[in-house]
Ligand binder design. Structure first.
Ligand SMILES: Cc1cc2nc3c(=O)[nH]c(=O)nc-3n(C[C@H](O)[C@H](O)[C@H](O)COP(=O)(O)O)c2cc1C
Length: 389
């Protein structure tokens, strides 16, 4: 029994998003939004968090920037490292690194549709090469188990430079030595390559005995077009669950009521939320409401959480400070998209958004927020005192 089986059900998780779910975003999501304010005070974090995907090649070659997605903080547990690639040996070795870094699970990306990834046979490209997909799963499982049985990274064939890098990564983040237990394997995929073949495809994946299969309800060809097909997810879920594998549905969930309706109709064990969490970490505050409604099989609408402008501003500052805590300030432009996403749903949000996406550091962000308050809220209020995270 892995951590997956100890999570409350239905599981409400944060989907992996390249360029978005970095250590800073995961930190603000994991620590809950705006503890000082009353309206959204309740604790609300996803039950499980995925990293952005990381290339197994980058891990095994020790590319410095390639390792960036594997940084995390203690508060982010349970956290699952997502990997992509197409060489079973590299997955075998990367499984050792992920285990040594103290992650709670390892997920294989078999769903990324981007040209760079899929056309080289990685990500959703693996849907076309089921034998290779199974070889990768088998190699990863072997890596996880060999590590649990005491094999060292050097014995797994990793170069001394990589072994040292792992040691330093653990020391830098103050991660305690993880127990030698095999991490659970999971797979995140799509409905098919250019047509919906999820029943056959998931039957194939089940042979690799993952503990969880997450399904984004689109084919690769669809990219992000059209609606996620939850009927197809439901059909596949009924089949997969018979084999004791948990199923997480994913795609287009934008509100608590949609969560509830999708879970009830598809009977999945949980869901992953992606784009709806952009600029809206508060969406996870509704976890308990979702679970209660699902348990009661409620057909009535539940209230969606209201987020005040004050909470948004606190969060913007907290996220900006958190970004600087984990990244060099020269990389602040990567933070701008988040700032833009937070700026909606209050008066003059568009104008603030336009300014936010030009900021270069948290000081600029604070200045803009102060100007907004003095111009639009209360000229005499001295506010925005959120401390650095
Ligand atoms: C910017 C962005 C980056 C993504 N990166 C990844 C990734 O690294 N790994 C992955 O499995 N899925 C990735 N996805 C797909 C999401 O995890 C999710 O499957 C998809 O967005 C559908 O869910 P949603 O409608 O809740 O956003 C990404 C999606 C977006 C929008």
């Amino acid at each position: 029994m892995s951590f997956w089986h100890h999570l409350p059900q239905p599981i409400i998780g944060l989907a992996p998003m390249d360029g978005v779910t970095d250590i800073a975003f995961r930190h603000v999501i994991a620590t809950g939004a705006c503890p000082e304010r009353s309206a959204t005070k309740s604790k609300g974090r996803p039950d499980v968090i995925f990293t952005e995907f990381t290339n197994v090649h980058d891990i095994c070659q020790g590319r410095v920037m390639g390792w960036e997605p594997l940084r995390y903080t203690h508060g982010q547990h349970p956290i699952v490292a997502q990997l992509y690639g197409k060489e079973p040996l590299l997955f075998y070795q990367a499984a050792h690194v992920v285990s040594e870094l103290g992650f709670d699970g390892l997920d294989i990306n078999m769903g990324c549709p981007s040209k760079n990834v899929a056309s080289s046979g990685c990500g959703a490209g693996l849907i076309r090469t089921p034998e290779l997909a199974l070889d990768i799963m088998a190699a990863t499982e072997r890596g996880l188990h060999d590590w649990a049985d005491g094999q060292t990274l050097a014995e797994a064939g990793l170069k001394p430079g990589i072994v040292e890098k792992v040691r330093m990564a653990r020391a830098a983040q103050d991660h305690p030595a993880p127990p030698r237990a095999a991490l659970p394997l999971s797979v995140k995929t799509r409905l098919g390559y250019d047509s919906v073949i999820i029943k056959e495809w998931s039957a194939c994946l089940a042979q690799g005995q993952p503990q969880v299969i997450s399904i984004h309800g689109r084919t690769l060809k669809q990219m992000y077009r059209g609606d996620a097909d939850w009927d197809a997810i439901a059909e596949a879920a009924a089949q997969i669950r018979q084999q004791g594998i948990l199923v997480l549905g994913n795609g287009d969930i934008g509100s608590l009521n949609e969560c509830i309706a999708r879970i009830l109709a598809s009977e999945v064990d949980g869901i992953l939320i992606g784009r709806a969490a952009l600029g809206n970490p508060w969406i996870f505050h509704g976890k308990d409401v979702i679970r209660e409604a699902v348990r009661a099989r409620a057909q009535y609408p539940v209230p969606e959480p209201a987020v005040s402008r004050e909470d948004r501003f606190d969060m913007i500052l907290k996220h900006a400070h958190t970004f600087e805590r984990f990244h060099d300030v020269s990389r602040f432009p990567r933070m701008r998209k988040h700032l833009g996403w937070y700026c909606s749903g209050f008066p003059h949000a568009a104008a603030l958004r336009a300014d936010m996406v030009k900021t270069n550091n948290s000081g600029d962000v604070g200045q803009l927020l102060r100007e907004y308050v003095s111009r639009h809220v209360a000229p005499d209020v001295e506010t925005l005192t959120a401390a650095p995270a």
